[in-house]
Design a protein around this ligand. Structure first.
Ligand SMILES: CC(=O)N[C@H](C=O)[C@@H](O)[C@H](O)[C@H](O)CO
Ligand SMILES: CC(=O)C(=O)O
Length: 308
């Protein structure tokens, strides 16, 4: 609702921040929030896939968003992902999100059971009704959620005035165009976020207004630069930078450990930011993975030297 410009830009997905015992660390949540403010990004996407939300409890997720807001209020656009897979808990987080003043809430569809579309729409609308003064963003990530946002489900959700955007993490970039066009037809203005970081240039070219991504956090300057190059019409330079970014992402995905464990190690090496490990069953770093993280960290620095 209102001006949607606050969503147009680079919005890193927020990483889960743990202490040495693996508990959510309010102090580290605040430190990561400040890091993003200092980097000059548009906003943060909290408690999503990268936030390991699927492995966290309702109370932990409240503590996380409260501490993000304590630092970010008025400085960053804050989107809080609230889906818990059951309506009751998701509604509770939606209500809480509005009480702490987030800009938007977001939600994946319910996972595991294959539900009919009317149940998914009812789930999203119940969540949205619990935050009646807050924008709602649909998170389409069929390869992980197991359910895709179809055009019929999308059309149903267009009846909800609070739905302002789709975060599109499906692999066909054409989906971005479809949601953008149908959203504009229904609402006049509608935001679509690029999901796959490896396709940022393609996603922006076909109509994405910006992106929300799991790897932006380790190289926010590079994604800010990439977005700038696209806006400036420097297509060749943008493509070259995208390729270099993709090499970094492939490196991050090449270890035995989970990609987010590698991301946190890169932040430890390059930014002196300690966010702890990842929560089981996600794999933490083994000794050999540390060398891979170091290589990726060096690649980030080399790309910064090359492009900034
Ligand atoms: C499947 C998945 O998690 N997609 C994320 C969000 O859309 C991306 O940001 C990826 O983390 C990123 O593209 C790295 O593969
Ligand atoms: C990766 C991403 O966008 C998320 O945390 O949901």
């Amino acid at each position: 609702m209102g001006n949607l410009d606050k969503y147009k830009g680079i919005i890193p997905a927020f990483y889960a921040c743990y202490d040495e015992e693996g508990n959510v660390s309010p102090k580290r949540v605040r430190a990561l929030t400040q890091y993003f403010i200092d980097k000059g990004v548009k906003g943060v996407y909290v408690n999503g896939s990268s936030g390991e939300c699927i492995y966290q409890g309702v109370e932990e997720r409240k503590v996380i968003i409260e501490n993000v807001m304590a630092v970010a209020k008025g400085k960053l656009t804050v989107i809080n992902h609230v889906a818990c897979n059951n309506t009751k808990d998701s509604v509770e987080l939606a209500k809480h999100s509005e009480s702490v003043g987030v800009d938007a809430i977001a939600s994946i569809p319910p996972i595991y059971f294959r539900l009919p579309e009317y149940s998914i729409a009812a789930y999203w609308n119940a969540i949205s009704e619990a935050a009646p003064n807050t924008d709602f963003i649909i998170y389409n990530i069929p390869q992980l959620a197991g359910t895709a946002l179809t055009m019929s489900l999308f059309a149903e959700m267009m009846k909800n005035p609070r739905v302002v955007a789709v975060k599109n993490s499906s692999m066909p970039t054409q989906d971005i165009q479809m949601f953008k066009a149908a959203g504009k037809a229904a609402k006049g203005e509608f935001v679509v976020f690029n999901g796959p970081d490896e396709q940022f240039v393609a996603g922006r070219a076909i109509g994405a207004d910006g992106g929300i991504g799991g790897t932006y956090g380790v190289m926010p300057e590079l994604f800010l630069k990439l977005n700038y190059l696209i806006a400036a019409g420097e297509r060749e330079k943008a493509t070259e930078l995208q390729y270099d970014i993709n090499e970094i992402i492939y490196k991050m995905c090449s270890s035995h450990a989970n990609m987010y464990a590698v991301a946190k190690e890169i932040l430890r090496i390059n930014e002196n930011l300690d966010l702890g490990g990842v929560r089981l069953p996600l794999e933490n770093l083994q000794e050999a993975d540390k060398a891979i993280a170091k290589e990726a960290a060096d690649m980030v620095n080399a790309a910064k030297a090359k492009y900034l």
